[in-house]
Ligand binder design. Structure first.
Ligand code: SAM
Length: 280
């Protein structure tokens, strides 16, 4: 029988966040494939676990992927660990999962921290609907194209960023999204120097003129607000139910959402209420 791949989430800073199940899996598998073997070794040493480790990262994922699949086919269980947080989120784990599926190998997950989700819930921005955008390209043109492509997205946007690129990214966001757009910058989550600052893009640009970015960052950006005109045209093709649900997703109560939808459509509240509560 083939082995199983365990996607093991590890702490994003605080070792106390490792789950009991994750440690059980580490003890049980034949091999741990780690994006950063040195970092994973520290974790294993801390919990006095001794297990064969192999590297699996962006630059060796082709060869190592084949090797890991051969072990799994041989009946060995393997744990996959990202440098921090949940494997397959902004790391090559996604390729190994696809490879396992192509090879009929079972994959399961041991849940834990995801930096982007922790930043989102601390941001104070809308959490009901969001889009994970991962890393922006280091290439200036691609970075700007990426930002342009999400400029009008109403979802809260989540980006990962390295400290040395943060100022340029903030400056591009300020130009493309506009200086009034709200953002939250979450850094060093779960660590001693954890900090979340909530500003507009104009304020953030001024802040980083004076302060140097330090540590690992997640940038959470408020979704685009519709202009009156756009909203008017947009509702023509949106059902009443969808219209009300969108306002609820932005954080409104059902009552307020019905009132706002009625105003936007230029119809009485009762009409929207009846349509919204109509049986499908
Ligand atoms: N797989 C990880 C996850 O589940 O979030 C993310 C890996 S990605 C290669 C690394 C990026 O995650 C960092 O550049 C940073 O943007 C973000 N990150 C990781 N740990 C963080 C922390 N403690 N505080 C803030 N951001 C963090």
């Amino acid at each position: 029988m083939a082995g199983k791949l365990y996607l093991c989430a590890t702490p994003i800073g605080n070792l106390g966040d490792v789950s009991a199940r994750c440690l059980e899996v580490f003890n049980a598998v034949s091999l741990i494939a780690a994006e950063d073997t040195r970092r994973t070794l520290q974790l294993l040493n801390h919990f006095e676990i001794s297990k064969p480790l192999t590297s699996y990262h962006e630059h060796n994922k082709k060869e190592k992927g084949g090797y890991i699949i051969s072990l799994l086919k041989d009946g060995k269980d393997v744990a996959l660990v990202s440098d921090a947080g949940t494997p397959a989120i902004s790391d090559p784990g996604e390729d190994l999962v696809k490879l396992c599926i192509e090879n009929d190998i079972e994959v399961t997950s041991i849940p834990g921290a995801v930096a982007g989700i922790n930043a989102l819930i601390l941001s104070g921005l809308n959490t009901r609907r969001f889009a994970f955008e991962g890393f922006l390209s280091v290439n200036k043109r691609h970075r700007r194209e990426h930002l342009e492509s999400v400029k009008n997205d109403p979802h809260t946007l989540i980006f990962y960023e390295a400290p040395h690129k943060l100022k340029n990214t903030i400056s591009d966001m300020q130009k493309i999204f506009g200086g009034d757009r709200k953002i939250a910058l979450a850094r060093e989550l779960t660590k001693v120097h954890e900090e979340v600052i909530r500003l507009t893009l104009d304020e953030a640009a001024a802040y980083y003129e004076i302060n140097n970015p330090r540590g690992e960052y997640v940038i959470v950006v408020d979704g685009a607000k519709e202009t009156e005109n756009e909203a008017e045209n947009q509702w023509e093709n949106v059902s009443v139910k969808e219209h009300v649900d969108r306002f609820i997703a932005e954080g409104m109560t059902q009552k307020d959402a019905i009132k706002k939808a009625a105003e936007a459509r230029g119809v009485p509240k009762r009409e929207v209420y009846n349509e919204y509560h109509k049986e499908d």
